[in-house]
Design a protein around this ligand. Structure first.
Ligand code: C5P
Length: 227
């Protein structure tokens, strides 16, 4: 039988990964955070100094060994034998990742990795183009949105930074820039996929969002395993 896929897309810091992880855990699916692959490639390119030049980036990506690792129901990424982990969430990677992920060879590489992983397991996959390009036949597509200031506030709390008015405004500006780059690129831009259910999380608690998605999954025949 075809494995199940739940696609969760949305702008930066809209809560996709936290939500996807919880939904996957409760359904017994694997959580695939597609952004991790783009971040891993960006991280390697920054370390080696080939992020700025498109030809060097192309060659670097062609030679790069990058491996998905599924552990306890969560997908992690190994680049050249190491797992960068939290380093992938750093500001330098976040600033550069949109440009790197706008190239056709990077997108092709990540698409292959995501599809290969989803052949082996039921998955909840989050990103920007999951319902539109990577898994257009997903059993459920969700598009998460939230007010940019609320997203900035949540991101600062994740970084354990006091969410002052100024800090929120600065972070919101960074998020807007990334959303703008991701939405306006020619290849696989951030869009609400056909058939996706939009959920505005601005005023919703995380648990309410998870509950709503589990409800939608249940309506489509995907339920938590018994016991
Ligand atoms: O989800 P996250 O913020 O970690 O994604 C980092 C970046 O990776 C995004 O800003 C975007 O440029 C890229 N990305 C993408 N397509 C996806 C997932 C992420 O282009 N499906």
């Amino acid at each position: 039988m075809r494995k199940h896929v739940i696609a969760i897309d949305g702008p930066a810091a809209s809560g996709k990964s936290t939500t996807a992880r919880q939904v996957a855990q409760r359904l017994g699916f694997v959580h695939m955070n597609s952004g991790l692959f783009y971040r891993a490639i960006t991280w390697a390119s920054l370390r080696d100094g080939w992020s700025d030049d498109i030809e060097r980036l192309r060659e670097g990506v062609a030679r790069l060994s990058i491996l998905p690792i599924v552990e306890a129901g969560v997908l992690d990424v190994q680049v050249r034998g190491v797992r960068p982990g939290i380093a992938l969430q750093g500001r330098d990677v976040s600033t550069r990742v949109s440009a790197v992920s706008a190239t056709d060879f990077v997108r092709k590489r990540v698409l292959q990795l995501l599809r290969a992983t989803a052949k082996e397991a039921d998955v909840v996959c989050d990103g920007r183009d999951i319902g539109s390009v990577v898994f257009p036949d997903a059993h459920l597509k969700v598009f998460l949105v939230a007010d940019v200031r609320e997203r900035a506030r949540r991101r600062l709390l994740d970084y354990q930074v006091e969410p002052s008015v100024e800090a929120i405004e600065e972070e919101a500006e960074r998020l807007r820039a990334r959303d703008d780059a991701d939405s306006t690129r020619a290849l696989a831009p951030l869009v609400k996929a056909a058939g996706a259910v939009e959920i505005d999380t601005t005023r919703l608690a995380p648990e309410a969002v998870i509950h709503r998605i589990l409800e939608l999954a249940g309506e489509r025949g995907m339920r938590a395993p018994e016991g």
